[in-house]
Design a binder for this molecule. Structure first.
Ligand SMILES: Cc1cc2nc3c(=O)[nH]c(=O)nc-3n(C[C@H](O)[C@H](O)[C@H](O)COP(=O)(O)OP(=O)(O)OC[C@H]3O[C@@H](n4cnc5c(N)ncnc54)[C@H](O)[C@@H]3O)c2cc1C
Length: 392
């Protein structure tokens, strides 16, 4: 690949999901000339609009002992509640405990106590509602009910948050091009030449560094780089959500009777959001959709706890988690972000594999810190931990 081009950037980011937005914001804040390329005609049309929409430490990750991930996520949660009050709000979650619940009450107390401690004083106090008061909660099955635990976390609109972070990046000088897909990248001694397929055909540009934030496409995009950084093919795990017509007042953390997984029932835009599932996915990422068995599974969870609730589905969504290839049950596999680089000492290319919406800012900062060695001196414009975010 070789074509004349005069266009030159410090950082080119592939993908305008939350991770690409986070990298673009961090890079632009650090003063770098930053370009985001997105194949779709808008940001956040893929995974970053199909999540459970939680800005959370991840109570369940304590069970898989991902202590540092939970700690970091709780720090980011508190920061986002402060920086983006119109986009991220505190939410009280409820965990009902029955005679046949797999996790005993002492385990929930220990987990919620540790979660509260890690969030910092007064940030995450939890309460136990006794049987009598819990049985009075409208709609909740009270046969066999022992108690309901209450704890604090936060909720967002994932796509709106992504748009806000991108708008922040643009206000700091970053540029975004939609309908622009990376088709090839050639690594040369001084720069990386990127081929972009857009509405006006194929174009070439030069960059000092390249960030692959293509979410479920991270592996195919990696293979388009010559030579490709050493990335093992990650697993893609489908997660479905149903939007149910009948609103729900409280946020619920439910133990699925089928397999003990956590399923959320959340207030969502005047309705209820029920999810999620975990199904290994091997197809084309653009064709992911909610499966019949996922609908049945989720509605069965709701019926166990709220037998009278309507099952009328008004919308549904399915997204793909990218999990670094490993052994073990999908539910307990690590959610830590893995970075794949062309050179561990002085990377020019970084691929983001996995991760969470909650820690997008930290991910962006980490990627920029990794690339700093190959980037020119630029004047810092802002700090991402001090930049307010507003709905775009
Ligand atoms: C079901 C589910 C529930 C989740 N719930 C939560 C939660 O509650 N809280 C939480 O913190 N995290 C959650 N996560 C994780 C979180 O949603 C993801 O980590 C995050 O959204 C991934 O963002 P991304 O930017 O990496 O990917 P994406 O949002 O998928 O963005 C990738 C972008 O790259 C673009 N792209 C791909 N190929 C190219 C190309 N060749 N050229 C140009 N552009 C390209 C795509 O069009 C896309 O816009 C959940 C994930 C799933 C699947």
């Amino acid at each position: 690949m070789s074509a004349m081009t005069s266009e030159s950037w410090d950082v080119v980011v592939i993908g305008a999901g939350i991770n690409g937005a986070g990298v673009a914001q961090a890079a632009a804040a650090a003063g770098y000339r930053t370009l985001v390329l997105e194949k779709n005609d808008q940001p956040a049309l893929e995974t970053s609009s199909r999540s459970s929409k939680l800005i959370h430490g991840g109570l369940r990750y304590l069970e898989s002992l991902e202590i540092s991930l939970v700690y970091e996520s709780l720090r980011e949660r508190e920061l986002l509640i402060r920086l983006a009050p119109d986009l991220v709000h505190r939410q009280t979650f409820h965990i009902p405990v029955y005679e046949d619940t797999r996790r005993p009450q002492w385990m929930l107390c220990a987990g919620l106590g540790l979660y509260a401690l890690m969030a910092g004083p007064l940030k995450n106090r939890f309460h136990r509602i006794g049987r009598k008061a819990a049985s009075a909660i409208p709609g909740l099955e009270h046969k066999g009910l022992k108690s309901v635990f209450q704890y604090q976390d936060a909720q967002t609109d994932d796509a709106a948050l992504t748009r806000a972070v991108l708008a922040s990046a643009v206000s700091l000088g970053a540029e975004i091009r939609y309908r622009s897909a990376l088709t090839r990248a050639q690594v040369r001694p001084q720069e990386i030449e990127v081929e972009v397929e857009g509405e006006e055909g194929s174009r070439h540009l030069l960059t000092r560094s390249l960030v692959n934030a293509a979410g479920p496409w991270v592996y195919p995009v990696n293979r388009r780089i010559d030579p490709p950084p050493p990335m093992a093919e990650p697993d893609r795990v489908q997660g479905a959500h149903l939007v149910l017509d009948e609103p729900v007042e409280r946020a619920w953390y439910l133990e699925a009777p089928q397999d003990g997984r956590a399923v959320f029932l959340l207030p969502w835009k005047g309705h209820a959001l029920l999810g999620t599932t975990e199904t290994l996915y091997r197809g084309d990422p653009s064709e992911v959709h909610c499966l019949e068995q996922e609908r049945d599974y989720l509605l069965e969870v709701q019926a166990r706890y709220f037998p009278q609730r309507s099952t009328r589905i008004i919308d549904e969504m399915a997204g793909l988690r990218v999990l670094p290839a490993a052994e073990g049950r999908l539910f307990t596999r690590s959610r830590e972000t893995v970075y794949v680089t062309d050179d561990p000492r002085s990377p020019r290319i970084v691929g983001i594999v996995g991760g969470k919406l909650t820690v997008y800012r930290k991910t962006g900062e980490q990627v920029v810190a990794m690339l700093r060695g190959v980037l020119p001196e630029r004047k810092q414009r802002a700090r991402t931990d001090q930049l307010p975010l507003r709905p775009a």
